[in-house]
Design a protein around this ligand. Structure first.
Ligand code: EPU
Length: 441
């Protein structure tokens, strides 16, 4: 039976069920060739952490190169709910957190954006009290916040959870957190960021051991340093923060998004198209470039911030996701799409999140040959994919389906675009400018 699409209504093949939806879908006509250059936006995960970081400062902060994304919009709402004033002009945000009136972030916002939990560190450091709802699980895993909480407790906060809300407060007359030596059981990006932000205003020195080394952690540290924070070692596994009394105003540009860049590199590889990307920080792409080279593509450094992918015949490789500088979990789904068309057997192990292989079933609908056991997927390359209606299950899965659709024969219809809009700025326009045939309907 052929799949039938009527105004966002899907009749799944071999199924009685009809999924009614007013949500837009993305129709992609493949296979396609791309050419030209794509502009990479500011990093989503830096922007979200840095926006939370502005709560540390009672002067105005200007942040540049902020991507226009649904998640960034949600973070703006969270900040506004705490009493922060925000004005924006294109990719510039002016954030004034002089008068934080509220210490509690609203549940409906926090539950939609996990990263909003990160406000707990700055609010607690600044006001001595913070209340943030537990964000709960999400599409890719349970995602607890125990490491954030234990870090804050080590710095002297009293933390208890009641009715789903994390209440944190600092006892004592001066209400200031105290520096501490904190070893993280796992190099969690969010926990490192929460503790690092809280430590900037704490009394004394905080040492974070087994810290996350992701570029977004380093970007957040540089942002805090631009406000006068004393932080050393960000980007390594030991971060040392000497607390200061207050931070001052700043004007700070966010780094380019390495995951968006990686996604476009895969777009070049999967469509066998040489394309250029600008601006990027090539070192941030090291694990991604290494895998692309193993798969048979070259990535050439054209200028200090411009890279070009030169695709070749695609061959299988193995991938294990790991904390940075290992291969990023946020690129796993996109590489799986690529490996479905690479000759031979590839093994992909997802070690960071326990539920991040849900795109497998959708890629299978397009003809991919993938077997899953536990957190491992074995991908056997097939000669071609065929377009099909597919459902995005999370942000990076949605990108993987778009990539597969660019290479597949015929029409792919991607549903669940709210995932895509969380993390890719103008992806359709960017792909269309490169020559892709796609439209949102
Ligand atoms: N974890 C715990 N306890 C904690 C914190 C984390 O067990 O207190 C576990 C998580 O459940 C997970 C692992 O540690 O299994 C890694 O989580 P981490 O804290 O490092 O991730 P995060 O801070 O929640 C950020 C990004 C994610 C990215 C991960 C890993 C932001 C806003 N999000 O999440 O981005 O996948 O780091 O690099 O920075 C995405 O952009 O698509 C995305 C999911």
């Amino acid at each position: 039976m052929e799949d039938k699409t009527i105004k966002g209504t899907y009749i799944q093949p071999n199924s009685q069920s009809v999924i009614e939806s007013d949500d837009p879908v993305l129709e992609i006509l493949g296979p396609t060739s791309l050419k030209g250059e794509v502009t990479i936006s500011g990093a989503k995960n830096s922007a979200l952490a840095i926006m939370a970081g502005t709560l540390l400062c009672s002067d105005e902060c200007r942040i540049r190169n902020v991507p226009s994304l649904v998640d960034v919009g949600r973070m703006k709402q969270i900040l506004a709910s705490l009493g922060v004033k925000i004005t924006e002009d294109k990719d510039i945000l002016d954030i004034n957190a002089k008068e934080i009136g509220q210490t509690q972030a609203p549940y409906d916002l926090v539950s939609q954006l996990r990263a909003s939990f990160f406000v707990i560190g700055p609010v607690l450091a600044r006001l001595g009290v913070a209340r943030v709802p537990l964000p709960g699980g999400c599409a890719i895993g349970a995602r607890p916040v125990d490491l954030h909480v234990r870090g804050l407790q080590a710095m002297g906060a009293e933390v208890h959870i009641e009715h789903g809300i994390v209440h944190a407060c600092v006892k004592g007359s001066r209400s200031r957190l105290k520096g501490a030596k904190i070893y993280l059981d796992y190099p969690s990006v969010g926990a490192t960021e929460t503790i690092m932000m809280a430590a900037t205003l704490a009394e004394g020195e905080t040492i974070i051991e087994n810290a996350a080394q992701e570029p977004e952690v380093e970007d957040l540290a540089n942002f805090c340093r631009s406000m006068g924070a004393k932080i050393r070692g960000a980007g390594t596994n030991t971060i040392i923060v000497s607390g200061v009394e207050r931070l001052h105003s700043t004007d700070y540009p966010i780094i380019p998004d390495r995951i968006e860049a990686g996604t476009f590199l895969v777009a070049g590889a999967i469509t066998q198209s040489p394309i250029s990307l600008y601006p990027v920080i090539p070192e941030h792409l090291t694990p991604v470039i290494a895998k692309l080279e193993e798969i048979g593509c070259q990535v050439i450094l054209e200028e200090s911030k411009r890279v070009r992918i030169v695709p070749g015949a695609l061959r299988a490789t193995d991938i294990e996701t790991l904390p940075y500088p290992g291969f990023p979990t946020d690129m796993q789904a996109q590489f799986m799409a690529l490996l479905t068309l690479s000759e031979g057997n590839s093994m992909i192990s997802e070690t960071v999140f326990e539920n991040r292989l849900r795109h497998v079933a959708e890629l299978q609908r397009m003809g991919a040959d993938i077997k899953v056991k536990g957190n491992v997927a074995v991908v056997k390359g097939v000669p071609f994919l065929s377009g099909a209606p597919v459902m995005a299950t999370d942000l990076r899965a949605s990108a993987a389906l778009v990539l597969a659709g660019l290479a597949a024969q015929g029409k792919t219809v991607v549903q669940g675009l709210h995932h895509l809009d969380r993390g890719y700025e103008n992806i359709e326009d960017k792909l269309r400018q490169l020559g892709a045939k796609l439209q949102r309907v």
